[in-house]
Design a protein around this ligand. Structure first.
Ligand code: 5RP
Length: 226
């Protein structure tokens, strides 16, 4: 096991997450390279579930390509489980997410789900959130002012670029990536930043934290419960 690559660890936890899919129930599906492994594994269960609610156009395309129906969030009720990756996870199950720019829809589907199962390799575990640049989805006209608000907290916010121009999210907005923060009280921080005009979603998932984390380690899958 010690020779496993990060990609193999992602495949391991993607496969392990199948145990949390409830037969007969629609599953909430996140976004990212780890979730892609989960989606690929989910194809084996497609005759046992009605389908999925997806957190991004990218995951929707991957699910549909594998023949897994995708439901619009408004057309279904509460989901049994939401399965997604993370950029960082702390010992209480609080996370930083949004490295794939899908944080808003991720938080929406997580909020619609009874249980959040995080799948990650052990490089994502941190004592305090903030080493990974914090993604924040913002209304473009508010970006400069929000960047100044982060500066007042000691952060350095930059508009995320793609091909030299601001990246546009699935929701038509921009992403700020904020470095230099130490998020010691994730619940309070998430509530605070969410109040700032023009913030669509802050990438701290403390109110929608993980209930379970399946962690890929050289020794196999470690299950953390919070
Ligand atoms: C996308 C996310 C992802 O869950 C996060 O970036 C982890 O991605 P990966 O599995 O590729 O490391 O929040 O917005």
């Amino acid at each position: 096991m010690s020779q496993m690559t990060q990609d193999e660890l992602k495949a391991l936890v993607g496969q392990a997450a199948l145990a949390y899919v409830v037969p007969g129930e629609i599953v909430g599906v996140g976004t990212g390279s780890t979730v892609n492994k989960f989606i690929d594994a989910l194809a084996a269960l497609k005759d046992h579930i009605p389908g999925a609610v997806s957190s991004s156009e990218a995951s929707t395309a991957r699910l549909q390509a594998l023949g897994i129906p995708v439901f619009e969030a408004n057309t279904v009720g509460e989901l049994a489980v939401y399965i997604d990756g993370a950029d960082e996870i702390d010992p209480a199950g609080h996370m930083v997410k949004g490295g794939g720019a899908a944080l808003t829809r991720e938080k929406i589907v997580a909020a619609q789900s009874r249980r959040f199962v995080c799948i990650a390799d052990e490089s994502k575990v941190v004592r305090t959130l903030g080493a990974f640049p914090l993604p924040v989805e913002v209304i473009p006209m508010a970006a400069a002012r929000i960047a100044r608000q982060f500066a007042a907290l000691g952060g350095d916010a930059r508009v995320r670029l793609k091909d030299g121009v601001p990246l546009v999210t699935d929701n038509g907005q921009h992403i700020l990536d904020v470095t230099g923060l130490q998020i010691s009280d994730p619940l309070a921080f998430e509530s605070q930043v969410n109040q700032w005009p023009g913030v669509v979603t802050v990438g701290v998932f403390a109110h929608q934290k993980a209930d379970v984390c399946l962690l890929g380690t050289p020794g196999g899958v470690k299950t953390l419960t919070f």
